[in-house]
Ligand binder design. Structure first.
Ligand code: GCU
Length: 604
């Protein structure tokens, strides 16, 4: 009996609560758990293991020392060596590095606790949705383990119907942002390892049978057919009617969900006002499932390549882009609508119609704001530099992150490119790894373009060739090059000719150089604004001549934190390649880029 009990405990604790990702959370019946949480810094994982390293949540007996039990001494004699309610507090969502000075560089374990009441009426179901936690999370509700999640930039959720109680719920999450070589990203990155519950924490209340996920987009290559699927969680066969209405298009489609819980559809649609940067038209869409209504705002557009051109709604476009890291004005993780508007308004001011959200899926706010503002988006997963391409768990982690990103964002017209990787070293294992990710992406979404930011091969001048086998799998050949910063001479720029064997659209997904805002000198003095300005002038002369050029996304919009950037008085823990400083000052190179985009806009 005992063994069975343990098996049941383990099963329920790990498998019983995990839940396929619920999409379109902002438009559901939700309760936010954002706000003030208590936290305990636990570098030795004292709240997770006994002194002999027995893992508390793998034992059936109540362990008072296990922090997820949120235990309080019952009398004056009892020994309990922690107390969430007397511990310091922190704002959630938000990383700990920028909120708690002594945690600026901390990599390790921190526990978080939020108490809440919730009156769940009978027959309703309740889900806990976590927008992102970096890097690894062990999640508990009322002392029961909901599960463990790895990956710092994608959402996940658990069903908590059977655990939540009307009063005194305690949600406890252990967050570990320690880096490991087998993780995604791996040990080495050029960005700050912000730890914590960095995006929204939300409770979602649903009926017993509900719309879990759906795709409503234009059919691949067809601007007159809206196609996709509706996926029902826990279908009751007697209640399988679904309707999709788009009033402005006079669409009121009705269908029945199959026994598998899925309704696939193709709906003829006339005179759609297609989404574009010039016309970011979003339609009100209403799904009605047995009287349950879920709204969304969805844009419809086609995106494809033809030879070496990118076609948006059938017309060639040039992607006037900029790369962006997910950082807010306070030197921490961005997550809010306000943070998104600050970054995207600067991109608009630069003259952009495109943003490369590097190097990981950003929060849902910035994607939905890009939809509204008419900015096309490159979204990528952090398969960055030297992830372990021969490690099956590393691949599965990468694929899971890609699945979550696509599930969350596949109805956003602004997203035109899914990117598989950034600057990964060429090897057979890496090529196979990326090919599998490409095939997986296409199995989930065959409507968007696929790319990856490649490294270039050096020729005599150290620049000029893009010859990477995974180019066969990509729709767009993107590459990063740093003429005048990591090599080459700016004076040679106009002589350098680029060549590629692919007759595919090319994006220069990174170029640039550092400048400390306000540091002025001669244009040959590194770190000055004048050097960065001259670097942009010369690079653009070279880039203009690249065959099949269809876009650029210079590195980078804003200076950002990096533990690798250590030059005192200049970097001080910041990568200074921003066209704008982390204090919001525009550097001279900003205007070089702005003028070039104004010119490119006229030419296209
Ligand atoms: C690399 C990398 C970036 C990095 C940048 C730099 O190409 O993709 O993540 O920050 O170059 O060195 O500044």
């Amino acid at each position: 009996m005992k063994k069975l009990l343990i098996v049941l405990l383990l099963t329920s604790s790990v498998l019983g609560f995990a839940q396929n990702l619920i999409s379109n959370v902002p438009n559901r019946n939700t309760t936010s758990l954002n706000g003030i949480w208590n936290y305990i810094i636990d570098p030795y994982q004292t709240g997770f293991y006994s002194f002999h390293l027995d893992q508390y949540d793998k034992q059936e007996k109540l362990a008072k020392g296990a922090f997820f039990n949120n235990y309080h001494a019952q009398n004056k004699q009892e020994l309990v060596e922690y107390d969430f309610d007397k511990s310091p507090t922190i704002n959630i969502p938000g990383d700990w590095n920028s909120q708690v000075p002594e945690l600026k560089y901390y990599e390790g374990n921190v526990w978080f606790k939020k108490s809440f009441d919730y009156n769940l009426v009978s027959k309703k179901r309740l889900f806990l949705y976590l927008g992102a936690i970096n890097y690894k999370a062990d999640v508990y509700l009322n002392g029961k383990k909901l599960g463990t999640h790895e990956g710092g930039f994608t959402p996940f959720n658990y069903e908590v119907t059977s655990i939540v109680q009307p009063k005194g719920n305690y949600l406890v999450i252990k967050v570990d942002n320690t880096r490991h070589k087998e993780d995604v990203p791996t040990l080495n990155t050029d960005w700050w390892n912000y730890g914590g519950i960095t995006r929204d924490v939300t409770l979602i209340e649903e009926e017993s049978s509900f719309v879990e996920d759906y795709t409503i987009q234009l059919k691949k290559g067809n601007a007159n057919v809206i196609s996709g699927f509706i996926k029902i969680n826990n279908l009751d066969a007697s209640q399988n009617n679904v309707s999709i209405s788009i009033p402005e298009l006079k669409i009121n489609f009705k269908g029945k969900v199959g026994d598998n819980g899925i309704l696939s559809f193709e709906i003829p649609a006339k005179k759609i006002s297609l989404w574009s940067p010039e016309n970011p038209k979003l339609y009100d869409v209403l799904i009605d499932f047995n009287g349950q209504k879920i709204k969304d705002t969805i844009g419809f557009r086609t995106i494809e390549t033809k030879e070496d051109k990118i076609l948006l709604n059938g017309k060639p476009i040039f992607l006037r882009g900029i790369s962006i890291h997910e950082e807010n004005a306070k030197g921490g993780r961005a997550n809010s609508q306000e943070d998104a508007l600050r970054l995207l308004n600067w991109a608009k001011e630069l003259g952009c119609n495109f943003v490369r959200l590097a190097h990981y899926p950003h929060n849902e706010n910035i994607i939905r704001e890009a939809d509204k503002m008419g900015l096309m988006v490159w979204e990528e997963i952090p398969v960055y530099w030297t992830v372990e391409f021969t490690n099956k768990n590393t691949y599965q982690n990468s694929q899971d992150q890609l699945t979550a990103a696509i599930t969350r964002d596949k109805n956003r017209a602004s997203i035109i490119i899914w990117s598989m990787a950034n600057e990964t070293p060429i090897s057979d294992a890496r090529n196979e790894f990326i090919k599998k990710l490409v095939d997986h992406t296409k199995s989930l979404d065959n409507t968007r373009l696929i790319s990856a930011a490649l490294l270039t091969q050096s020729d005599s001048a150290g620049f000029g060739t893009i010859n990477d086998a995974i180019g066969d799998y990509l729709d767009i050949i993107s590459f990063n090059q740093y003429l005048g910063w990591y090599g080459g001479k700016l004076e040679d720029a106009e002589k350098i000719l680029w060549k590629t064997k692919y007759n595919k659209p090319v994006i220069v997904s990174e170029f640039g150089g550092d400048a400390k805002a306000g540091f002025h000198g001669e244009k040959n003095e590194r770190w000055t604004e004048e050097y960065q300005e001259y670097l942009y002038i010369q690079n653009l002369k070279m880039i203009e001549k690249i065959p099949h050029l269809s876009g650029t996304s210079p590195w980078i919009l804003v200076d950002f934190r990096s533990p690798k950037r250590l030059l005192p008085g200049i970097q001080d823990g910041y990568n200074r390649k921003g066209l704008i400083s982390n204090d919001g000052e525009k550097k001279k190179a900003f205007y070089i880029m702005q003028n070039w985009y104004a010119k490119m806009k006229k030419e296209y």
